[in-house]
Design a protein around this ligand. Sequence first.
Ligand code: ADP
Ligand code: MG
Length: 274
Amino acid sequence: MRIIAVMNQKGGVGKTTTSVNLAAGLAQLGRRVCVVDLDPQAHSSIHLGVEVQGGTDSIYQVFAGAKTFPDVTQMVAQNLWLAPADIDLAATELELVDAPGREYILKQALNQAEVAKKFDYLVMDCPPSLGVLTINALSAANEVFIPLQPHFFALQGLSKLFETTALVTRRLNRELRVSGIVLCLYDTGTRLAGDVTDDLMLFLEQSDPQAPWANAKVFNTKIRRNIKLAEAPSHGHSIFQYAPSSAGAQDYQNLVLEVVAAEQEAEQDDRLAA
Ligand code: ADP
Ligand code: MG
């Protein structure tokens, strides 16, 4: 099972769009995928057509110790499941302040034979912060994908993010590695987008080979800015249902193919870690 945390402490960079459409694309290829919505804003739940109201089973109850992970997952399409978020999740940060082992609650909830048997992929959509929910995602994950919007300050934010993953790797999860960087909201043909991409490649090449991001790959597929991707969430559908022939669907389909191509590598890493 590949457990991927889609993470960036900045908002509006494409975390949710990437989590939902990557998951939906993998599901179309026959992989059994569960989106884990860790953002109290519940954007990926809404994007997948799940109206979250008080009383709906959500990942909040897993953090509160009231439900198991399989209990709160629901099927939203063929091969595609969702562990929804709800606004209560905003309280989790506070509620867990003094809880012992609070960084590992999600990891423990996922560490059940039933979960590994049921899913090939877990895709965790992180909130735009580095709080306890994101730390839980990083403790539970084996991979991190970072969506990045190519602009002048993007690399600055990235170093901060890398520092966090290095810290988590040292203290909480030695197996964690940053495996992919997805350029989102990409303006093809602009000088800036090209420059940021080049700088990013250089930065990765010059990194310490021991760093958890040393083998991160900048996906060849760039997710172009495409209005259909912005419209799809309000219809409660992935891009593949909402606008299957759009540039957005094409780009995410290509990304999915790159992610699937790395399956064997990920499996090998898993075995080495075990
Ligand atoms: P995050 O989860 O990091 O906050 P989102 O995935 O919600 O970011 O994206 C922020 C906004 O940009 C959303 O309104 C989303 O619909 C829109 N968006 C994301 N990617 C694209 C894209 N490639 N083209 C056009 N709009 C996009
Ligand atoms: Mg989001």
